[in-house]
Design a protein around this ligand. Structure first.
Ligand SMILES: Cc1ncc(COP(=O)(O)O)c(C=O)c1O
Length: 450
């Protein structure tokens, strides 16, 4: 992303340099461990994005509820929630007990067990598009199963995705995700690979989010080749940019009209906006939907949910869906406990997530605005995005106007005040966060502003 330079001492009396020095003094254990890890672990981290943590990747010892504790004993109010999965917070009792019970009975069988159909039944009840489900371990894998299914169902090979949307790290989808302006200009409308070593991509049509004309044009030109349209129904990976009113319905109609499938990638929105995901929240039902993150409540689990006519290709074995640890009992024990907690009392958890999340979002917005900073928040409640820019975004390209350096300084100052946030501006809240903790967070933001 492009960004304007951060004004020195943007937040109150303490400069970013002083904040960085203050944090570094508090984290000697993390700094030493990161040095050590880099000797044997490529890059010192287990997934590339974690390297961007400022001033350095932290090492954690434990988490409980909304609080995470690093190896130096510093405690933080956690709004990263492991990049989304911890919808019930850290180490929730119900999940701990379910996993412990299963641990004692065996880790994995490579064979059938009751939790498979028990969780499948819960999912089919909760998710509007789910006549049948299938399990895997990560979001990346399950998106591949969805695309394979779409190709099998249509006999076509291409799919349409939107700029800024993330669908995992496979070559087929890791294109046109957060390209820079020069990259966009140089690409001439072709999909833009994110890293080197990726296979040339001839199967993707990438267009701008909320651009009806571009989608209509793509179908006019190559309807006979497009197997599916895939999108994050709320663009959480790039600014929580919502679909324009009617845009998801438009995608539903145009895919149906051309015999292509509509796939919602609900890896973030699933179990977060509502128990039935964004499709329940927005009232638009896709043909297939992918879930991960919150589905496993912190254990590795992904889910493909879909209509019987398409999922039947997996049921007959015509479409291969495989994996040694698919449907493993530990992850499914965690999923069952998580879904039961979320569903309890007519899904009361969501009323809390929305109300507390909105208090936090609107509170931060007001504090920053009253300090004269141009702030935009998008999304809402359970997952929202905060950026420093003057106008809300409708497309990924709009998000390039955000002052990401200033946000990075804000995140660093919050860390110094005991609040942990993701580097990209996304905030997650869990059912474990309390009103008092949200108020503490707003107090921290006030101190940061000075
Ligand atoms: C919308 C979306 N799809 C797919 C993925 C890939 O999931 P995983 O990291 O579990 O492979 C992610 C990960 O952040 C995601 O946000």
């Amino acid at each position: 992303m492009t960004s304007s330079p951060s004004p020195l001492a943007a937040f109150g009396a303490t400069s970013p340099a002083a904040r960085e020095a203050s944090v570094r003094r508090k984290i000697p254990g993390s700094l030493a461990r990161y040095e050590r890890a880099q000797q044997t672990l490529a890059g010192g981290v287990s997934t590339a994005l974690r390297r961007s943590a400022r001033p350095s990747p932290l090492y954690f010892d434990s988490g409980a509820g909304a609080v995470i504790t690093d190896v130096d004993g510093n405690q933080y109010l956690d709004y990263t929630l492991a990049w989304g999965p911890l919808i019930l917070g850290h180490a929730p009792e119900a999940v701990n007990q379910a996993v412990a019970r299963q641990l004692a009975k065996g880790h994995t069988f490579g064979a059938q067990h009751d939790l498979e159909f028990e969780v499948a039944e819960l999912l089919c009840r909760a998710i509007p598009c789910a006549d049948l489900v299938a399990f895997a371990n990560s979001g990346t894998e399950i998106v591949q199963v969805a695309l394979r299914l779409a190709r099998a169902a249509t006999g076509r090979t291409k799919y349409l995705k939107f700029e800024g949307h993330y669908h995992g790290w496979d070559d087929s989808v890791l294109v046109s995700y957060r390209p820079t302006r020069p990259q966009i200009e140089a690409a001439g409308g072709q999909p833009i690979p994110v890293g080197v070593g990726q296979r040339p991509n001839h199967e993707t049509v990438a267009v701008e989010w909320n651009d009806r004309e571009a989608v209509t044009r793509a179908f006019a030109q190559q309807a006979s080749e497009i197997a599916a349209v895939v999108c994050e129904p709320l663009l959480c990976n790039s600014g929580c940019v919502a679909a324009d009113p009617g845009f998801l319905e438009f995608l539903r109609d145009i895919t149906q009209a051309h015999g292509a499938l509509l796939i919602f990638d609900e890896v973030i929105t699933g179990f977060r906006l509502a128990l039935g995901g964004a499709q329940q929240y927005y009232g638009v039902t896709p043909d297939l939907a992918t879930f991960a993150k919150a589905a496993g409540g912190g254990l590795p689990l992904s889910v493909l949910a879909g209509k019987r006519e398409f999922m039947s290709h997996i049921a007959t074995g015509q479409v291969v869906h495989a994996g040694t640890l698919n449907g493993n009992p530990l992850a499914l024990a965690a999923a069952k406990a998580t879904i039961e907690e979320l569903a309890r009392d007519d899904a009361a958890a969501y009323r809390q997530l929305w109300s507390l999340g909105e208090t936090l979002r609107l509170g931060l917005q007001e504090i920053l605005q009253s300090a004269g900073l141009p702030v935009v928040t998008a999304g809402g409640g359970p997952v929202f995005h905060l950026s420093f820019m003057d106008q809300p975004a409708r497309t990924y390209r709009d998000t390039l106007r955000a002052n990401t350096a200033l946000y990075s300084d804000f995140g660093l100052a919050l860390l110094d005040e005991g609040v942990l946030v993701l580097p990209d501006g996304r905030w997650y809240i869990s059912t474990a966060h309390t009103a008092a903790q949200v108020e503490q967070t707003l107090e921290a933001a006030r101190r940061v502003i000075g």
